[in-house]
Design a protein around this ligand. Structure first.
Ligand code: NAP
Length: 318
């Protein structure tokens, strides 16, 4: 019997490909670059299932060009790149990879907190530039983390994992979440409104999905509410912050610094942001560990396999 066709828009870890080949005729986009919208639109005409990246724009046009498509399996937890409403209308199941990347992404948020507070990237550059002349009383002074207040926006899986790590630093954790039931959150953490969070946090870490409500959740007005010593961390999605307002806030020292893994128009990063020394900039590597990327790939594979076999997938969005 002919196997159903599955297309993957980029290489994902091998164990998942092997598993997929048991069920599908698998094709992987062969070029060492992102597939274009037009290339994908042509390709989806003939496929039954798709594994896509968070950078692939799966809009109505793509969905309408895919008469046999039954599953869009996103190789990420965030699925803001998929027109879920349109997929649902066309009886296409959308899946994602929640849970398996939680701890790895929380680790990275903490890497940014520590890098920003203790000026790790700047200090590394200083040493490499041959500027280190020995211990000096005022060299590279940063900010303490221990005992400070951490404000988490979005107390879901990753938000909680970031909060959990803060307990080891004896931090006070406050959080804002639009919908979460406070009863479900450990009592060590205090629910507050957004204004209170901005007023009181020494570190602010964003962990909401990107939705119409969270787009530009943080802009000029919000920066005006923050402490001048605050450090803002974003490992969620770039458009949650108004990037121009962030650049102004950093230039005008409205806040002390920022640690970013994600940007408003990836992969474009404004020159003005790159020129600033009080930001740490990463290339969207929140979930990038060998272990986690393999788990994500296997989950994306099991999602697609379940849908094609008429079963309930492990992580269904719609
Ligand atoms: P999650 O468990 O769904 O947590 C998100 C939390 O944000 C939920 O508690 C959600 O509440 C809350 N929320 C939704 N809308 C909100 C709003 N308007 N204001 C405040 N809180 C709001 O998701 P997760 O697994 O922690 O992942 C969070 C996001 O991180 C993903 O959507 C993804 O975009 C991003 N991410 C990035 C990377 C990276 O590589 N940098 C890696 C992994 C994830 P409800 O559940 O009640 O809606």
């Amino acid at each position: 019997m002919k196997k159903p066709k599955l297309f993957i828009t980029n290489y994902i870890p091998e164990p998942a490909i092997k598993r997929l080949e048991e069920v599908f005729e698998v094709e992987i986009f062969p070029e060492n670059r992102a597939i274009t919208h037009e290339e994908l639109r042509k390709k989806v005409k003939e496929i039954d299932a798709l594994i896509c990246l968070l950078t692939d724009n799966i809009d109505r046009e793509i969905i309408e060009a895919a008469p046999h498509l039954k599953c869009i399996s996103v190789y990420a937890v965030g699925y803001n790149n998929v027109d879920v409403e349109s997929a649902t209308e066309h009886n296409i199941v959308v899946c994602n990879t929640p849970g398996v990347l939680t701890e790895t992404t929380a680790d990275l948020a903490w890497a940014l907190i520590m890098s920003c507070a203790r000026r790790i990237v700047e200090a590394d550059r200083f040493v490499r530039e041959g500027k280190f002349r020995g211990w000096e009383p005022m060299l590279m002074l940063g900010n303490d983390i221990f005992g400070k207040t951490l404000g988490i926006i979005g107390m879901g899986r990753i938000g909680r994992a970031v909060a959990h790590r803060a307990l080891g630093f004896d931090m006070k954790v406050i959080y804002y979440d639009s919908q979460v039931d406070p009863e479900s959150v450990p009592t060590d953490y205090i629910a507050v409104d957004l204004t209170t969070l901005f007023h009181n946090s020494d570190f602010i870490s964003i962990h909401t999905p990107l939705t119409p409500e969270t787009r530009h959740l943080i802009g000029e007005k919000e920066f005006n509410l923050m402490k001048s010593t605050a450090i803002l961390i974003n490992t969620a999605r770039g458009p949650i912050i108004d990037e121009q307002a962030l650049i102004s806030a950093l230039k005008e020292n409205k806040i002390a610094g920022a640690g970013l893994d994600v940007y408003e128009n990836e992969p474009i990063i404004p020159e003005e942001l790159i020129a600033l020394s009080n930001v740490v900039l990463l290339p969207h590597i929140g979930s990038a560990s060998y272990e986690t990327r393999t788990k994500m790939a296997l989950l994306a594979a099991e999602n697609a396999i379940a849908v094609i076999e008429g079963k309930n997938p492990p992580a269904r969005v719609n």
